[in-house]
Design a binder for this molecule. Sequence first.
Ligand code: GUN
Ligand code: FE
Length: 449
Amino acid sequence: MNSFVRATVLQTSSPEHLDVKRDVLIEVSEGIIRRIDPASSRRELLSDKSVRVTSLSEGMYLLPGFIDCHVHAPQWPQLGIGLDLPLERWLYDYTFPLESKFENIDYANAVWSEMVPALLGEGTTTAVYFSSIHHEATLALAKTCLRFGQRSFIGRVAMDSPEGTPEYYRDVSASEGISLSRESIGQIRSLDAGRGLISPIITPRFTPACTDTLLNGLGELAMETGVLIQTHCSESDWQHQYALDRFGVSDTQALKQFNLLQKNSVLAHCNHTSVNDWEMMCAIGAGVAHCPLSNAYFAGGVFSARRAITHGLAVGLGTDISGGSDSSVLAQCHNALTASRYLESGVDVKKNSQDRGVPNSRLDVVTAFWMATLGGANLLGLPVGQLEVGKPFDAIAVRDLGAGFESAKDDALNHELQTIERILRRSRNAQITDVWVAGNRVSGIKESN
Ligand code: GUN
Ligand code: FE
């Protein structure tokens, strides 16, 4: 049966352009948008009492659902805590011990069934997950995403190096890491059964945790299966230098040599990447999951998303749960804007203001919104991130908190720009009232009439 949503849509069509569709009627069947018409042109249908239309009320807007390009699902229990150590110590002191607990399937299921609906409620209609090294817990995560209706990529984490991992939490060998990764690809694909909702993703944790044999094998597996790849790249000074020391080339170049830099590969962070690295990524069609809040704790600097996007790089946003302490993609829009302003102005007031920052680094609101939606979709090669005919209906309804008052420059031209600006900076979970994935309402109280 067809369903109908009447709303004003705010979305992006490029990093620079806010696209506004005022008071349209969106017709959805089998999860796909079939028609988008001005509501005024469908009066007959709107007055037909037998047709149920979800109409957003005054001050509510329909946005494409958010895409979180980088989530560590088993780190959900430590979200918001334990960020007092540098990356390489944080992994050993807090994170590897926590992730190792997912060997227990009951523990895993308890975490997954709290986390997935929580993220959906925050408007994350697509999530790209690192699971743990455990096969069973990874499949359970896939089943949980299906049960709650979240679009997702799910990656069993591969890590086998005795130098970069603790004995209690690693693949017993490179060949076991490769065969378990292969097995989870097959099983996630058969769970999805052609629905196109959940997909596997090949997930070497990062080069310091993997032997050459494992990295090579996973590159081959990606070529053989056509499955996407995700990993961490040049996140911190330490990780960046580690790659230079071990491989004699940058982390990005090393990934390329292992065939782990492919079309739609998701490289998390990339804070220490060079323009040369960006050229490689652009030529191949790989891109960056920008995790601005996590970067404040581990990166040692700010990733210049502005410059990367101007360079033509695909950039999406990531919460990096729990390296980032906030699970909301909306919050990452705000964090990306704030971080970019610190990068532009500089932060050490002891320096002259002209020498303090990096010019032309600021992001604007539309670009942040683009990263959270269409930028992420482009990075992953998914037809979401925009509400258009022929695309899946992945959307959220959000309340604009400032709708009651006129501002100084509240003319027709500025009105929607100010609305999205306020939504990105001020809206919280409580303002997200409804969430749909592939046409199914997956969270929220109905705003229907
Ligand atoms: N690098 C390797 N593993 C991790 C992780 O779990 N989180 C972050 N932020 N960086 C990593
Ligand atoms: Fe991460």
